[in-house]
Design a binder for this molecule. Structure first.
Ligand code: KIV
Length: 271
């Protein structure tokens, strides 16, 4: 008789229930099979296939260059690794801003070709029609307000957003609108903790913060940043849980030394 291990999968309803019972949601980015295996085995609730892949995987300065095909490649690699977590995929710049039909088509491609569970998109009122259309097709949508990196050339800097009352008011309205449209969650990026607290308390859907303080319903970080793979990126909001750059650098240097010294492979390491 075969024994099937029951794995309880995280769904958008699970996240809603977590907010209701006050359990924080842990989300991290993931872009490839091996990292996603580690994330899922460790028990992460949500893997975000973020368009930050453009920065940390491809070395671009911004998130703008990454394409829909490249996002689908990353997402399908992650989906193959994940048994339990919810997999959310960023709609990349240029794949949804044109019109709601384009937004729907891009979302359908992500869901169909990668097997992911939801999409994320940046913006509020201005993308309402697209959000509605995607939701009407049965695709769960996560919103993203505050610092929205796809608009970096409009903002001009990556500094904290919504410090002024007018921008804070717009963010409050956008958050309510996204909830009314049916988004299952909203990322709040780099806004004052007090504003994030107020927005989180005013919504019934969970907020996930990055640089938005302790009162969000969950937190997200870019995996390369929190593992210390990116040397030199140390914004105030980042807690670095490991120094993998140094660990990997040392291991690679040790390998180089062993090869040069004809110490590797040894007799035991050959056939
Ligand atoms: O692309 C990304 O990694 C993100 C997170 C920073 C929220 O959108």
């Amino acid at each position: 008789m075969s024994v099937h291990k029951e794995i309880k999968k995280i769904t958008t309803n699970t996240l809603q229930a977590m907010k209701q019972r006050g359990e924080k949601i842990a989300m991290l980015t993931g872009y490839d099979y091996s990292m996603a295996t580690i994330l899922d085995d460790a028990g992460i609730d949500v893997v975000l296939v973020g368009d930050s892949a453009s920065n940390v995987m491809a070395g671009h300065e911004t998130t703008l260059p990454i394409t829909l095909d490249q996002m689908i490649y990353h997402a399908s690699s992650v989906v193959r690794a994940v048994n339990r977590a919810l997999v959310v995929v960023d709609l990349p710049f240029g794949s949804y801003q044109g019109n709601s039909k384009e937004a729907l088509n891009s979302s359908i491609r992500i869901m169909k070709e990668s097997g992911a569970h939801a999409v994320k998109m940046e913006g509020g009122l201005e993308i309402a029609e697209s959000v509605s259309r995607i939701l009407a097709a049965g695709i769960p949508v996560m919103g993203h307000l505050g610092l929205t990196p796809q608009s970096i050339y409009k903002f001009g800097t990556y500094t904290v957003r919504a410090k002024e009352e007018a921008e804070a008011d717009k963010l409050r309205e956008d958050a309510i609108k996204l909830q009314e449209l049916g988004c299952f969650s909203i990322v709040l990026e780099k806004i004052p903790a007090k504003l994030a607290q107020e927005v989180s308390q005013s919504l019934s859907i969970p907020t996930i913060g990055i640089g938005a303080g302790q009162y969000c319903d969950g937190q997200v970080l870019v995996i390369h940043d929190m593992l210390g793979i990116n040397k030199g990126f140390r914004p105030r909001f980042l807690r670095q849980y490991a120094s993998l750059y140094d660990v990997m650098n040392e291991a690679i240097q040790a390998y180089i030394k062993d090869v040069k010294a004809k110490d590797f492979p040894s007799e035991k390491e050959q056939y």
